[in-house]
Design a protein around this ligand. Structure first.
Ligand code: ADP
Ligand code: MG
Length: 681
């Protein structure tokens, strides 16, 4: 008999062609097929009268055919069929288009199930193009699967039945200890699996979903707690030098109290003999880079190699430069990003391998196999929300349990942070450097653009610099949003003629981006027209005005990040949000931006309005193992319960060594292995 880990070709009716189609859905084994959960359901199990059908939503009507099928050619070609039907309470018309075969089955006196939306017209109730089934074939809740070319939902349904039937008699492994399952009132794994695919009824489906959502979150929490326990049990290299004081003397400013505390936390962690696993949460502009630089100096003076991983090439270049500047001759800083010339890349790899590179700053290019460190002891990742659990693991595995420091600029609501970074200690930078003035924010309509341009000219005349951010790179057929390329042309040749304006977007060659950014940082370029590539980490303190076009197209946390590019120096800064949006949600977002500069408040508001999506952006998969069925925005309650259960289970069996937890251990390990995809720039 086929088993869970067998290829799906072990199932009747699945050959190599089908297997190829399934590959597009990420399904290779029987167990992966079973975890291909329905996208939605058609409920044929509850039948309603047309007069009571819900407005606009599809439903199932059981009815007898009471009239002959009328056939009529349509104006644009094709054939329309209609006939009268009765649901026992009233009559309605069934209309089908180009469905001669189905129409021929609708014989007088016979009864069918119709599934579709009911509309009310002047001629009475109508069902246009409903699905038709005989009552014996249809009265159940039908799963609708995510489909791919060639694999219709009914085909998947058939294979799913074949897969489930393999387990009709065999036991299905229960991951959750029985005691926990009962305590939480969850259904069995077996019940959940059968009912998520072929629900016995609405209530059974609810139970199944509850269980599967729980399982997913439970494994995630168990994984995080397991990692924490592993870290605590492991040995970490001890710092032999503490360069904190020496570093501060090199700086042109004094560290804030919060920065000092974070540095001290890090030093203490690295002296403890256990690997550090620390998250630094600091709002934009709170000075996370200086904290990292201080710890890097201590590490380098202790003879260690360090890696500093950031999400974009732009940011890597900037950080490499900042570190060279801050640390001077005390450390050899090497840059490693995709797209380096071959010779440079080779030189970098050699320096990393022979230990002459003290600090390697780079993007996910650091994760590739070719990168071998001699003595990697400290790994720092910046803008952590872009990197997944799995990526922090890969990098960490390049050293022998190196110390791990993660810096997040997206203030993650505390409630969420504890669950997503449950494996880490946390330092919060809740203090901005002295002398910073909060950025003033204004939301204006496009009618005021001319005044905004005048303000840009005024800022430039005062020796300051300006960012203009657009939602698109280039003109697009699909959207009328402002695009950076043509907006740049327009400004350069119009309102900002005579002022050095430059263009920056993600599709430019790396060299050009670098040169443009350098020119802006040096003050040669006064106005930078850009896309969200500057969202993360870019630091030019002389920039004091941020103009965001079509501001309603950005999420709250993104707007906050963009705004964080200004207000970094001693001069007062402004942020102008241009938008003609009339939608309630958009207006609320803009109003929130004008009302507060507190990243934590914005994050909470964003979380309430849109769920956690924006914390992870499109790269949601990077920050979390792929969730198949759980949604953090909806399932916070379950997440808490899952966390508590994970704590109890690990309390009884800290390393999951007990025989009854073997399946749990295996499942947890697979989850983290398959959890993240590779990032792209
Ligand atoms: P973020 O936390 O957003 O990464 P950065 O590390 O880029 O912030 O720092 C923002 C700016 O503030 C930089 O120009 C940095 O040099 C400056 N800065 C950092 N710490 C201080 C401080 N204690 N006093 C004054 N300026 C500081
Ligand atoms: Mg930063």
């Amino acid at each position: 008999m086929a088993g869970l880990t067998d290829s799906i070709t072990a199932l009747a009716g699945v050959g190599s062609r089908r297997a190829e189609q399934y590959a597009h859905l990420g399904v290779f084994t029987v167990s992966e097929l079973l975890r291909l959960y329905p996208r939605t359901y058609e409920d044929w199990s509850v039948q309603v009268a047309v007069s009571e059908a819900p407005a606009g939503a599809p439903c199932c009507v059981r009815a007898q055919i009471v009239g002959q099928v009328q056939k009529r050619p349509m104006q644009k070609g094709g054939m329309m069929y209609s006939c009268a039907a009765s649901d026992g309470r009233g009559h309605f018309t069934v209309t089908l288009f180009n469905a001669g075969y189905t129409a021929a089955r609708l014989r007088m006196g016979e009864t069918f199930l119709f599934y579709g939306a009911v509309t009310r017209t002047r001629g009475g109730f109508q069902m246009f193009a409903p699905q038709v089934r005989t009552p014996d074939a249809g009265g159940y809740i039908r799963p609708i699967y995510p489909q791919t070319a060639g694999l219709g939902t009914h085909i998947i349904e058939r294979h799913m039945k074949a897969a489930l039937s393999l387990f009709d008699k065999a036991p299905l492994t229960e991951l959750l200890p029985e005691e926990e399952r009962e305590r939480l009132g969850l259904c069995t794994a077996r019940f959940a699996l059968y009912n998520i695919h072929f629900p016995e009824g609405g209530e059974a489906l609810g139970k199944a979903r509850e269980r599967l959502i729980f399982d997913e979150l439970f494994l995630f929490e168990l994984g995080l707690l397991g990692r924490r326990a592993q870290m605590r049990a492991a040995d970490g290299e001890r710092l032999t030098a503490d360069a904190s004081a020496e570093f501060e003397k090199k700086l042109p400013f004094a560290l804030t109290g919060a920065q000092k505390r974070a540095v001290a936390d890090g030093v203490r962690d690295m002296q403890s003999g256990k690997p550090m696993s620390r998250l630094i949460q600091g709002d934009v502009g709170s000075g996370k880079t200086a904290v990292a630089a201080s710890l890097l100096l201590s590490a380098v003076q202790s003879g260690w190699q360090c890696a500093f991983m950031v999400p974009t090439a732009l940011l890597a270049q900037q950080h490499a430069q900042t570190l060279r500047h801050m640390l001077g001759d005390s450390a050899r800083v090497v840059l490693l990003i995709g797209g380096l010339p071959a010779a440079k890349r080779r030189a970098a790899l050699t320096a990393i391998a022979d230990g002459s590179a003290d600090i390697v700053v780079g993007t996910h290019a650091l994760l590739t196999d070719a990168v071998r460190f001699l003595n990697l002891q400290l790994v720092i990742t910046d803008e952590q929300h872009r990197f997944g659990v799995q990526q922090r693991t890969i990098l960490a595995e390049k050293g022998v349990r190196p110390h791990l420091l993660i810096m997040s600029a997206t203030p993650i609501p505390r409630t969420l942070a504890m669950f997503l970074f449950g494996d880490m200690d946390v330092s919060v930078l809740n203090e901005l450097p002295a002398g910073r003035q909060p950025v003033k924010t204004f939301a204006v309509g496009t009618a005021l653009r001319e005044r905004v341009y005048a303000y840009i000219r005024k800022k430039v005349a005062a020796g300051q610099q300006v960012y203009v951010v657009c939602p698109l790179v280039e003109k697009s057929e699909e959207s009328d949003a402002v695009d950076a390329v043509s907006y740049y042309e327009k400004l350069k040749n119009g309102a900002l003629r005579g002022i050095p304006v430059a263009l920056l977007h993600g599709q430019m060659p790396a060299k050009e981006k670098e040169a443009t950014m350098a020119a802006f940082a040096a003050g040669k370029v006064k106005v930078l027209v850009s896309t969200v590539v500057i969202e993360v980490g870019v630091d030019v303190p002389n920039a004091t005005l941020m103009v965001i076009e079509d501001a309603d197209r950005f999420g709250l946390s993104q707007l906050h990040q963009l705004r964080g590019r200004v207000g970094r120096g001693k001069d007062a800064s402004d942020c102008v949000l241009i938008s003609d949006a009339v939608g309630e949600e958009a207006k609320r977002r803009l109003a929130t931006m004008c009302a507060t500069t507190d990243g934590f408040r914005i994050a909470e508001a964003d979380f309430r309005m849109r769920g956690p999506g924006d914390f992870f952006g499109d790269r949601q998969h990077g920050a979390l193992p792929q969730m198949r069925i759980a949604r953090l925005s909806r399932d916070m309650g379950t997440l808490k319960a899952a966390r508590a259960a994970a704590e109890r289970v690990l309390g009884n069996d800290p390393h999951l060594q007990h025989a009854e937890n073997a399946a749990l251990l295996a499942a947890m390990e697979t989850l983290f292995e398959n959890g993240g995809d590779t990032l792209s720039d």
